[in-house]
Ligand binder design. Sequence first.
Ligand SMILES: *Cc1c(COP(=O)(O)O)cnc(C)c1O
Length: 421
Amino acid sequence: MPFAKLHTELESRAAQGLLRRRRTLASAQGVRITVDGKSYLSFCSNDYLGLASHPKLIEALQQGAQQFGVGAGASHLVSGHFETHQQFEAAFAEFVGKPAALAFSTGYMANLGVVQALVGRGDTVFADKLNHASLNDAMLLSRAEVKRYRHNDMAHLAGLLSQTKSGRKLIITDAVFSMDGDIAPVPELLALCEQYDAWLLLDDAHGFGVLGEQGRGTLSYCKSPPAPLLQSGERESHADYKLNPDRELSPLWKRGGRGDLNTSRIIYMATLGKAAGVSGACVAAEQVVIDTLLQNARSYIYTTASPPALSVALLASLQILRDEDWRRGKLQQLIAQLCAGVRDLPWQMMASSTPIQPLLVGGNEAALSLSDGLRERGIWVPAIRPPTVPQGTARLRITLSAAHTENDIDELLKALHELAH
Ligand SMILES: *Cc1c(COP(=O)(O)O)cnc(C)c1O
């Protein structure tokens, strides 16, 4: 029995109800999905804008495959770097307001590559305690010293920075936290970078496409003066927000101006398989940082380039982000509807103005049975439990998409109210 120990470990996991399992989709990603032969209303994808199966992206991918074939055939530094990769990087850099960019195959690989390329032994990484697993793995792999600060606690971070005298300093944080939906205090983080001569890696997996003017992401959200109001024709459908008075909900696409913010210390990373609806990731930063990544980032250098047709689809996705503000307006409207509708439930919605809307349940069993109850009613919302989130904070992670309708939200609210009784 060469694998007896593995059997035992898996069995004990199963006994604690912690065995992870996959569910198999038989339809395209979207609001209505077919899973294991049954149809569900889904609130569990990161396809926030409903682009994953958008006809324009499908067409772009097909056209890209016609032109460039399927496989890239080699790594970027050998012979796998295509014109369309280059065009996408330039378009991405321009879109997020940075001088240069480098595209990676996934966000996980981008984080590993950036941290390992920029810091090593003798340097220090400062990390928010609620960061995504890929940032945690990246800092361990880098061999830099690791200091973790309490979630969004700038005083704690300042204390740790002030105790660090030598080596490079890199702060790493989610921009929008994936299990909580709240936003990192970017201006305050930048002020600390200036004060202590540190760099900031901002992981905008959940902000890119969703936050800021035209979906340019968290940098734009923190920086740009309020965008002009929507055209009168577009306004009609978004006019009637049912706002929850207990929560401040400024529309996603506009936010008070910090146009003076100097963001040159930021290394900005966005993943492209979430709101952008495709796959991959792109890092944007000062030219010298990008040049350094090209020389040093092992997860960039030692892997086959992603299929060039994906870059063609990504260029089409950027165009939709620019053109279709209504998707972000719609999201905002759905968020307001959901928040207003849960007020009289026994569970609290966590404070979030992003499409990640966690409903805090508390106990593991309670969260699971709520998720099961919804599934029996044909609604799919995952329960998130420790160790993914802290003990006692098991929750339903509700994610919204611009492709949801008001009726979809009503259906979810009705089911939650039934299950509360
Ligand atoms: C999803 C995610 C990643 C990983 O991106 P992939 O492209 O899926 O590998 C990194 N960071 C955060 C915060 C994420 O949510």
